[in-house]
Design a protein. Structure first.
Length: 35
């Protein structure tokens, strides 16, 4: 959750969905979703 109040500026150039949302661990314990 991101709460914006008044004249607070967000960081320019960042995506709405962070890339870290794609990182996970599969059933074998391998890290998946890293590019």
């Amino acid at each position: 959750m991101v709460v914006l109040s008044g004249e607070i500026m967000t960081m320019p150039g960042l995506p709405k969905k962070p890339a870290s949302d794609n990182i996970d661990i599969d059933a074998d314990g391998n890290i998946v979703g890293l590019a």
